[in-house]
Write a protein that binds this ligand. Structure first.
Ligand SMILES: C=CC1=C(C)c2cc3[nH]c(cc4nc(cc5[nH]c(cc1n2)c(C)c5CCC(=O)O)C(CCC(=O)O)=C4C)c(C)c3C=C
Ligand SMILES: [Fe+2]
Ligand SMILES: [Fe+2]
Length: 359
């Protein structure tokens, strides 16, 4: 067995702390071949599609990969910008903002990087580069506020898979969720209040989360429960009454039942029930992407207006907003505890001093 070497190993090298933020990933370009490559990797992940492998192999390769890439490429081209995919651009901005905040707190000893679960930059490549730069303590923060096996556990799988190829593993901490973190909840509540300040309040506020097959919930995934809790906490913070908001689930894929109520069907039914103005926010997406910009911002707007709705507003994701970056920084700081403060070696006490000076 050949293991991947840690590059530039030397005795007495500094123990750096690495913070790796991750998100789902995105195709390299909004084209059919790029989408085919991306969707093949994504939809081959057994955490995403829990169907017996050999049955799924036929469906994926003979049906889905012959239909979906073209359709998805068209959708992606509507959100693509000069800098590329919004998800990539925003994740890079988040990395930069977090690096700046953590350098202020702890000095040069903390390295922040980002990686994508599917496509580029791949988790294994970024981890390799971080270890090569002297990172011996690694904190991984998937930017999925609500835990789901399809996203969070799959990210862990990618890390674990990479670690099977290494001789010298770093110390590892992995954040599985932050759905009820008070700073995350405040950031969402503030974003909504700020929107109300400039646009007024709609009749209904819709909290729309990415769906999953209902079967995953009945098999024990806590995702649904965490989504409902995020909504409840934000609604409490805003003082909303039960009839002022709804939680719905978007982005269905395939024929089986997914978490209900569905975002599109809910929007279709609202005007007839007297709700002609809505505001939609997607708290499960830490960065705007195809599923928010195109699906919620465009497609669902059409659905609502065609059904007799009059006013439809999408409230952007937290992206690299200051409030969001402050919340993530606090989550990171909490999870670095003992690596930055309270340790016994010189490097650690230096970090603690630097941190103390800032507060
Ligand atoms: C096939 C099943 C899928 C499951 C289960 C699923 C869960 C899930 N996904 C996200 C976040 C994102 N998904 C995105 C795109 C996307 N998702 C699926 C399918 C499932 N997702 C597909 C096929 C696609 C590709 C786009 C398409 O062809 O329609 C994205 C956007 C990526 C981007 O580049 O913009 C995100 C983000 C979560 C949080 C989740 C479970 C909780
Ligand atoms: Fe998805
Ligand atoms: Fe979608």
């Amino acid at each position: 067995m050949m293991y991947r070497n840690s590059e530039q190993f030397s005795h007495h090298q500094s123990d750096k702390i690495g913070v790796l933020i991750t998100n789902l990933g995105t195709p390299e370009s909004p084209t059919k071949p790029a989408l085919r490559r991306y969707l093949k990797e994504f939809l081959s992940d057994p955490r995403v599609v829990e169907v017996p492998r050999f049955i799924w192999w036929f469906i994926l390769n003979l049906v889905i990969l012959n239909i979906r890439p073209k359709r998805s490429a068209r959708a992606y081209s509507t959100v693509w910008t000069e800098q590329g995919s919004p998800l990539m651009t925003i994740t890079r901005q988040q990395r930069d903002a977090l690096q700046q905040r953590l350098t202020k707190l702890y000095g040069e000893n903390v390295l922040v990087e980002f990686a994508m679960r599917y496509g580029q930059p791949a988790i294994k490549d970024v981890v390799h580069s971080m270890l090569g730069k002297g990172v011996r303590k690694l904190l991984v923060l998937p930017l999925y506020p609500q835990y789901c096996a399809s996203t969070t556990a799959s990210t862990f799988d990618a890390l674990a898979q990479d670690f099977t190829q290494r001789r010298w593993l770093p110390e590892l901490r992995f954040v599985t969720q932050y759905h009820d973190n008070p700073d995350y909840i405040s950031a969402l509540a503030n974003k909504i209040s700020a929107h109300w300040q400039s646009h007024g309040k709609a009749q209904k506020l819709i909290f729309s989360y990415h769906g999953i097959p209902k079967r995953y919930l009945t098999n024990g995934d806590p995702y649904h429960c965490q989504c409902l809790k995020t909504t409840r906490l934000v609604a409490e913070r805003l003082g909303l009454t039960q009839d002022e908001y709804l939680t719905t689930f978007q982005s269905r894929f395939g024929r089986e039942e997914w978490l209900q109520p569905y975002t599109d069907e809910t929007l279709k039914g609202l005007p007839a029930k007297g709700a002609k103005s809505v505001q939609v926010i997607c708290p499960g997406f830490s960065a705007d992407c195809l599923e928010t910009i195109e699906e919620i911002g465009e497609e669902n707007r059409e659905v609502f207006l065609a059904a007799g709705g009059e006013s439809y507003q999408y409230i952007a994701a937290l992206n690299s907003d200051d409030d969001h970056m402050a919340a993530l920084t606090r989550i990171i700081e909490t999870n670095l505890y003992g690596w930055t403060i309270g340790g016994d070696n010189e490097a650690r006490s230096k970090l603690a001093l630097a941190a103390g000076a800032e507060k």
